[in-house]
Each structure stands twice: as structure tokens, then as C-alpha cells.
Design a protein around this ligand. Structure first.
Ligand SMILES: CNc1nc2cc3nc[nH]c(=O)c3cc2[nH]1
Length: 373
């Protein structure tokens, strides 16, 4: 087990990379999908299940945990790994994105963000330094800089202002994080849908010599081709020997196309949130179990899956659970969805190693297009 944070590229196929991040709490096989554990829980799942599905790392949210139960309380209780019984790596988002998307009366200044909690309206200030302090109290293994994610569409001068502020905050977060060998602080590339600003942001962050780089400011409603175009201009400006993390992405199609452009890490609420809303991801595309067409269908979601949720329960039963709003419905569909996402990632990792990434993507895409029979 490594005492340092290291990243190795083990194989490439075009711009797709098969890599490995080693750190004291474990090894992360890339391309990696990080299940979202917002409030210290991957909703409806036991942590052992999440691990058994192949997740090497999960995501926690600074914003939610600082509001409830509080970062100092989690620290007193031994840190997030102990608190949530997840002994493997955890990446925490810095809170800025959630402040802008969830809190009330928020205000951004050079110093940081001020806002009121969406839970009880209590006032908070979060500076780059406080965000890193909170992530340290959570004992997070990979900590994200505080940044300002511009909602799209936006005027170029607005995108530029937020991108430049995020660069200054990256420098402050690097100073606040200091030197923690077994941990990492990732910078976040901003720049909206503007290629020139993306290149400037990536080049400036790369000059900070960080241990990893996230591509932020995307998956905010822009068309997929705009997101992919921004990856085409951003990834070449990032160091090839450091991990690249595309924040908030995405659908299986988003993921396969982003890996092809050089992305190594992903997080997205889609598999878990969709599971709670009756939607199943399968190798034949999406299946909406709310639909009455499943009411008498005795077939499982996927008879060939090694996940019991996909293999052992009839669609009729899943439809019944979803329609009845039974907790087991959300549990089984979340289990199925995370299992599908992790098997998708394993397939991508294998295909890169075998030098057949394009062929493999064609095969999985054909499965989705065939649709659910
Ligand atoms: C669901 N889409 C999405 N989740 C995100 C989280 C983020 N965190 C920090 N900074 C970001 O730019 C950022 C962008 C994001 N897009």
C-alpha cells in the first residue's frame, strides 16, 4: 500500500487511458466511476454493496456535510471513512457548486462565498481556505479546490471573470492544502463553452503542478457536443501523467465518449437518482419501470447479469414496487444501476488494455440502440 498519491498510465488506445491511482486507502482503477455519496451515504445502498459492485472510490459533498452533521462533528467521530464505514478512498467536492445550486441568498466575493443553508437558513461563509479545512476535517483523500462554476449560456466576460477568480482560488487552496503526501488536491478547469478561456484555465492550473485536474463548468445543461468540444480543447493542455476528472458526468454515452477524449474519472447522480425514480440502466438502454407495459412481464432486467437485482427479480415485481413506492424498488434499481455503471467501466478498462476501445464502444452503443426488447 502506497504512502504517497501516485498515478500511472498503464495502457492507452488513442486518447483513452487505462490507469491506476495508488494512495494509502487503496488503488483506484481508471477510467473510474465514483458513486455519489452526498450526505455520507450512497442513497439506499450498504457501503459493502457499493464496494462489491467494483467501486474503488466514492464522492462526498462538503456543502451537505458541513451543514449536517457538521465537519467538526465528523472529525470528532473519526472522519468520514469511520463515520460512514467506507475505508477506501473518498473524493470530496469543495462545496462551491452546491452553494450555487442549492443554497439561498448566496454572494460571491474575492474572499469566498457567503450563503444561507437550504436546510435552516443559517448564514455561512466559505473561503477557499475554509473549504480545504472542512475537507481536511472530513479526512478526504482527494480534495477539490473551491471554484465558481458558471451557469451556461453566459457572456464571455462573465465566464472570464469566474474562470480567473477560480484560478486565484486554486492558488489559495494549494497554499491551504500544503503538503499532504497520501492525499491530493485537484484544481478545476473552468472557462464555460469558450475554447480560449478553457485553454487559459488549463494552462494556468497546470503551472501549479497539482496532483490532478478536474474539468468543471460542464454538465450544466449544455448539449453533449459542446461538452465534448470543450474536452477536445482542455485535455491536451493538462499534464498527461496526472488524472483528469470530469465533474458531474454522466450518461453511459457521455462516459464512453469522454474516456475517448482522455478523461479518467467520473461522478454522477444519474444511476442512483434514476434508481429512486424507477429508471433502470441496462446494456440494452434505459427501462422505465413505472411504465404499465411491465405489469405482467416475468422476465428480469438482464438474465445475463451477475447482479441479483438485474437477474433475480421480474420486471412485473419491480414495476409493482415502483408503482407502490416501496423502498425496495429504489434499493433494487439503484443496485442494478450502479452494477451496470461499474460493469460499463470494467468493460472500458479491459478494452483499452486490449487496444480495442473503438470496437468495444461500437458494441455497447449498438446494445443501447437496440433498445429494450
Ligand atoms: C451534474 N453536473 C455537474 N456537477 C458538477 C459539480 C461541480 N463541482 C465543482 N465545480 C464544477 O464546475 C462542477 C460542475 C458540475 N457539473
Amino acid at each position: 500500500m502506497s504512502t504517497e498519491f501516485t498515478f500511472k498510465v498503464l495502457a492507452t488506445d488513442g486518447k483513452a487511458r487505462r490507469g491506476e491511482i495508488t494512495m494509502p486507502r487503496g488503488t483506484i482503477r481508471t477510467p473510474a466511476f465514483m458513486p455519489v455519496g452526498t450526505g455520507g451515504t450512497v442513497k439506499t445502498m450498504y457501503m459493502d454493496q457499493v464496494r462489491d459492485l467494483g467501486a474503488d472510490i466514492i464522492l462526498g459533498n462538503t456543502y451537505h456535510l458541513m451543514l449536517r452533521p457538521g465537519a467538526e462533528r465528523v472529525a470528532r467521530l473519526g472522519g468520514l471513512h469511520e463515520f460512514a464505514r467506507w475505508p477506501h478512498p473518498i473524493l470530496t467536492d469543495s462545496g462551491g457548486f452546491q452553494v450555487m445550486s442549492l443554497s439561498k441568498l448566496r454572494k460571491i466575493t474575492e474572499k469566498g462565498v457567503t450563503f444561507r443553508s437550504h436546510i435552516d437558513g443559517a448564514p455561512y461563509e466559505m473561503s477557499p481556505e475554509r473549504s480545504i479545512e472542512i475537507q481536511g476535517l472530513l479526512d478526504s483523500d482527494i480534495q477539490m479546490q473551491l471554484d465558481e462554476c458558471t451557469a451556461l449560456p453566459a457572456k464571455e466576460r462573465e465566464i472570464e471573470r469566474a474562470m480567473e477568480l477560480s484560478l486565484r482560488w486554486a492558488d489559495r487552496c494549494k497554499t491551504a492544502f500544503g503538503d499532504q503526501p497520501g492525499k491530493a488536491m485537484f484544481g478545476i478547469v473552468q472557462g464555460g463553452d469558450n475554447a480560449r478561456l478553457r485553454e487559459r484555465s488549463a494552462q494556468s492550473l497546470a503551472s501549479l503542478g497539482l496532483k490532478g485536474y478536474a474539468v468543471g463548468g460542464l454538465a450544466v445543461g449544455e448539449p453533449q457536443d459542446v461538452m465534448l468540444d470543450m474536452l477536445d480543447v482542455t485535455c491536451p493542455e493538462l499534464p498527461a501523467d496526472k488524472p483528469r476528472y470530469l465533474m458531474g458526468v454522466g450518461t453511459p454515452d457521455d462516459i464512453v465518449k469522454s474516456v475517448a477524449r482522455g478523461i479518467d474519472m467520473f461522478d454522477c447522480v444519474m444511476p442512483t437518482r434514476a434508481g429512486r425514480h424507477g429508471l433502470a440502466y441496462t446494456r440494452r438502454g434505459k427501462v422505465n419501470l413505472r411504465n404499465a407495459r411491465h405489469a405482467d412481464d416475468h422476465r428480469p432486467l438482464d438474465e445475463e447479469s451477475d447482479c441479483p437485482a438485474a437477474r433475480d427479480y421480474s420486471r412485473a415485481y419491480l414495476h409493482h414496487l415502483v408503482r407502490s413506492q416501496e423502498a425496495l424498488g429504489a434499493m433494487l434499481l439503484t443496485w442494478n444501476n450502479l452494477s451496470y455503471y461499474q460493469s460499463l467501466m470494467q468493460g472500458l478498462r479491459d478494452a483499452i488494455e486490449q487496444g480495442r476501445y473503438a470496437e468495444h464502444v461500437a458494441e455497447v452503443s449498438e446494445g443501447w440502440a437496440r433498445g429494450d426488447i
